[in-house]
Design a binder for this molecule. Sequence first.
Ligand SMILES: Cc1cc2nc3c(=O)[nH]c(=O)nc-3n(C[C@H](O)[C@H](O)[C@H](O)COP(=O)(O)OP(=O)(O)OC[C@H]3O[C@@H](n4cnc5c(N)ncnc54)[C@H](O)[C@@H]3O)c2cc1C
Ligand SMILES: NC(=O)c1ccc[n+]([C@@H]2O[C@H](COP(=O)([O-])OP(=O)(O)OC[C@H]3O[C@@H](n4cnc5c(N)ncnc54)[C@H](O)[C@@H]3O)[C@@H](O)[C@H]2O)c1
Length: 473
Amino acid sequence: MTLPVTTEIIVIGAGTAGLAAVKQVQKQTDDFLLINAGEYGTTCARVGCMPSKLLIEAANAYHRRHCFDTFGIRQAESLAIDLPAVFSRVRELRDYYVSGVMKSVHDLGNRVVTGRAKLLSYNQVQVNNQIFQCKKIIIATGSTPIVPEDWKTLENKLLTTDSLFEQSDLKSRIAVIGMGAIGVEMAQALSRLGINVTAFSSTQQLAGLTDPEVNQSIHQLLQAEFPIYSGDKAELSETANGVLVSAGNVSVEVDQVVAAIGRQANLKHIGLECLGVPLNDEGIPEINPHTMQVADLPVFIAGDASSLNMVLHEVADEGRIAGHNAVSASIEHFCRRTPMRIVFTDPEIACIGMTYEQCSEANTLIGQALFEDQGRARAGQQNKGVMRLYADKNNGRLIGAEMAAPAAEHMAHVLALAIEQQLTIAQILAMPIYHPVLEEGMRTALRQLQKQLPTDKAFDLSRCEAFHSEALD
Ligand SMILES: Cc1cc2nc3c(=O)[nH]c(=O)nc-3n(C[C@H](O)[C@H](O)[C@H](O)COP(=O)(O)OP(=O)(O)OC[C@H]3O[C@@H](n4cnc5c(N)ncnc54)[C@H](O)[C@@H]3O)c2cc1C
Ligand SMILES: NC(=O)c1ccc[n+]([C@@H]2O[C@H](COP(=O)([O-])OP(=O)(O)OC[C@H]3O[C@@H](n4cnc5c(N)ncnc54)[C@H](O)[C@@H]3O)[C@@H](O)[C@H]2O)c1
């Protein structure tokens, strides 16, 4: 082995978190190295957010044909899906998104080292038989789909989102195992693309929802499109023709399986044992979510690797916090944003702020809106789903929301801002809401909350002074 190479900062992992950390580090110094193993281009652009949304867009576009007749558009039955063409577009646009990331990595020039990093101590990293000595280490190694050892023998009958978007065609019967965000998104998309999908969920709760009303609503809507067996862990065994999926007393034979049973942090073989801090069952040390620091060591863990919140905007924040603290004279604490998760099913699922489960029953009021009869939703044949808003009984503030509703992705952002700003229901109702928009549904839920509060129920508008002009007053 050659003499150690010294550098100020080492960032391990060129994903969204790692690249965000590098950007932050570059504000102070160019004395850093970015070490990456595996493919460049980030999980988000390569095999995550972007290709999954591309597949969903194609599936939803095709699915719209079911309401064409209602709109007076005929001969929808002559439309057909061309799966190879669908996947080809997914990859073409995916490659475009990836190329943007590749350019930013390329611009880092010889600051980038390709190879698998392993920690030797809190200030030494080994890559390709070379030792690098540094002052601070940022670990942003991402996560990997969980695949039980005995499922791996199924080889190409078993897909994950790492392989799904590489397919040029799919077999006709697919089981999706796990109904978290990935499972519900992919099961609905594949079903809408004409695949005979059967879904399995070990829990009754879909996509992390905790509100039983919202969960029941989306469960019924999805169940109308494909069967969902929930409550038991699925087990797989190979058959001559495919795979037998068994859960409780249900057994279904399929051609292929998509495993969506969660993701695990890529920390297993990185050598965290050398840090001398306790590791949990998943091999993860305690990480301060406001600093991203591990204990009081010069080591930070950010992004999916931290397992704190595997969604992109949080992952990017964690990278920035870690990068900032790695080059700062002292460790700074940062507030985290209002929690927000959006799952791109139709209707979309969203959870903002406190979940139903986190709200105290004694201190929480609930306002609800059903979208079945909502004006704009009916106009667009999107009239399904429910929104539930939670307010603090004591101060009238909005504290959380769960929904499965059309355009939830947009309403979620408005609600997140309101929660972040600690607005009361009366203050939120003071904003203008246009007509006819889906947000009028949200106003229904807000008004329901307002009626339960001891504040002014009569008017959404606040009172002002008279103008003392006959014409205006
Ligand atoms: C199918 C799917 C859909 C998703 N959809 C959404 C969505 O709609 N919205 C949303 O907000 N989030 C979504 N996510 C989550 C989001 O994509 C991830 O949270 C995010 O991409 C994780 O970024 P990261 O930087 O932590 O990891 P990554 O982008 O995975 O980067 C980690 C990098 O580290 C490298 N690495 C690993 N080990 C080592 C090592 N020992 N040495 C050197 N390098 C190493 C890896 O090869 C990789 O290049 C989705 C995820 C998936 C899988
Ligand atoms: N729209 C989005 O924001 C989005 C989309 C996709 C993924 N993601 C992120 O990716 C991460 C991973 O997503 P995920 O859906 O893979 O994981 P998850 O942990 O959210 O869900 C996995 C589900 O599989 C179930 N399960 C586990 N073993 C099972 C078995 N043997 N049989 C049946 N069910 C089983 C679990 O009970 C759980 O409900 C999430 O944390 C999410 O943050 C986000």
